[in-house]
Ligand binder design. Structure first.
Ligand code: FES
Length: 67
């Protein structure tokens, strides 16, 4: 399912980004090599990030640069 319509970012893309260290929507966009457009997906991305972290439990802390 697409979480970001503007940039065609799917749940599995978010999950992969989280496994690579993403902890915020901006991290997900960076990991996908894309930039936010309307920003309407931010809440859904945050929720998916939290769900993925909770589901996988042992993920490393944010490894991507802070904004
Ligand atoms: S839906 Fe993600 S930037 Fe518009």
């Amino acid at each position: 399912m697409y979480l970001c319509i503007c940039q065609a970012i799917r749940e599995r893309d978010v999950d992969a980004a989280v496994r690579a260290g993403a902890r915020r929507p901006s991290d997900v966009f960076r990991a996908c090599g894309k930039s936010p457009q309307c920003g309407g997906c931010a809440c859904d991305l945050r929720q998916r990030i939290a769900d993925t972290i909770a589901a996988e439990g042992t993920l490393q802390p944010n490894l991507l640069a802070a904004d």
